[in-house]
Write a protein that binds this ligand. Structure first.
Ligand code: DCP
Ligand code: MG
Length: 391
């Protein structure tokens, strides 16, 4: 017997950080706006996101702010405020939870939902319910989102991107040839720039070309597992369940310096920044009730090369001093050949903190990126909305 078709939604907020900023700067509506670093394009830092008006000028996530200002001189730049984005993130997720508890948290601005058991899902192939979800999200936050509806997570994720912003897209199996196959292969979540490049060398650029490629050829180039997965994905097949609970895997903070630091002459500033990042990560862990065993440091040099070092300690910790000690040990293991552009610290191997570990630092600290820091920071959930600090 064929299993019943599932009804999965992927919901992704539109231009999330920028849209949150526009809530409190309504006077900027209609103007190009980019969010990043200090909010000052003459200083260092990259764009985290831009609204659709700025994207029309070619401004994109991860682009240096300076470059964004060249592309769009009238663009308004604002600094990042993670606390506010997290607050709105909680609000929109709570609004969705009023409809279903089958929510897989994929980070700050996206979730998967399994709508199969929700009353009313049968109406209009689930579109009516999806419209209701969009309405509740807007009511709770004032923000728009895009939803993809499909029989599985893979197709739902592709679908949510097809009609952004404020989109609602239903993809059913019979739509795959017309709507999915013309798309570039990298639209499949899991095919990154490297795999995409290797596929291009095999003459495979679209999902359709991937679907018609010989699975043996894919396995020969990417290994059995990945090759087979690529073939299945290109045919829109994906059985992964919506996972409603996941522990975060790590917490991290990083900062881009205003100017590249000399590892010896600027030691004072370097060490001060690392200590401050350790303090932030420790506070972040404590306020969320986690401790971690693996502590790591990341450096980006002025040639953009990245070096990471980590070490594992005997027992999980959320203690600032312990984290700092380990982080400085990691730093000491790097032989810096060049000036340093960015420094980051991460605590991984997380476990919920036991109640007995609470007293010394039970007060949850407010976690704010350093006022002086460029403020690149990420909070890696199990799913991760940004690439891991250590990729
Ligand atoms: N983000 C980031 N660094 C990146 C990409 C994104 O800090 N390289 C942050 C800013 C985004 C948020 O994560 O607002 C969500 O990422 P999305 O990829 O969903 O991008 P947006 O929500 O901004 O835009 P879209 O409308 O395309 O979803
Ligand atoms: Mg988004």
């Amino acid at each position: 017997m064929k299993p019943a078709e599932r009804r999965i939604a992927h919901l992704d907020m539109d231009a999330f950080y920028a849209s949150v900023e526009l809530l409190r700067h309504p006077e900027l509506r209609g103007r190009p706006v980019a969010i990043g670093g200090y909010g000052d394009p003459s200083r260092r830092g990259v764009v985290t996101t831009a609204n659709y008006e700025a994207r029309a000028f070619g401004v994109r996530s991860a682009m240096p702010m300076r470059r964004a200002a060249q592309l769009c001189p009238q663009c308004v730049f604002l600094p990042v405020d993670f606390d506010e984005y997290r607050r709105l993130s909680r609000l929109f997720k709570r609004a969705i939870a009023s409809i279903t508890d089958q929510i897989e948290d994929r980070g700050i601005d996206e979730v998967y939902l399994d709508l199969g058991a929700v009353p009313g899902v049968e109406r209009a192939r689930g579109l009516e319910l999806a419209r209701e979800i969009k309405r509740r999200v807007r009511e709770a936050t004032g923000l728009s989102c895009s939803i993809g509806l499909a029989p599985n997570k893979l197709l739902a994720k592709i679908a949510s991107d097809l009609e952004k912003p404020d989109g609602l897209t239903l993809i059913e199996p019979q739509d795959i040839p017309a709507r999915i196959w013309p798309l570039p292969a990298r639209r499949i979540n899991g095919i990154g720039p490297k795999a995409d490049e290797r596929l291009a060398r095999l003459g495979i650029r679209t999902i359709g070309e991937l679907a018609s490629a010989d699975p043996d050829l894919l396995c020969a180039h990417f290994g059995q597992r990945t090759g087979r997965w690529m073939h299945e994905a290109a045919h829109g097949r994906d059985e992964r369940p919506v996972v409603t609970y996941s522990e975060p895997v790590s917490r991290s903070r990083e900062t881009t310096f205003d100017r590249d630091l000399h590892p010896r002459h600027d030691w004072h500033e370097l060490a001060g920044t690392l200590a401050s990042l350790c303090r932030q990560v420790a506070a972040d862990l404590r306020s969320r009730g986690y401790a971690g065993r693996t502590i790591g440091v990341k450096l980006r040099f002025d040639d953009f090369r990245i070096v990471t070092r980590d070490l594992s300690i005997a027992a999980p910790t959320a203690d600032e001093r312990e984290i700092r000690k380990a982080a400085f040990e990691c730093l000491a293991r790097v032989q810096p050949q060049r000036r340093i552009r960015l420094i980051g610290v991460r605590v991984a191997g997380l476990a919920p903190r036991s109640a007995s570990a609470a007293p010394r630092d039970a007060t949850p600290d407010a976690v704010k990126p350093r006022a002086a820091g460029a403020g690149a920071s990420d909070a890696d959930s199990g799913a991760g909305f940004t690439p891991s600090l250590f990729d």
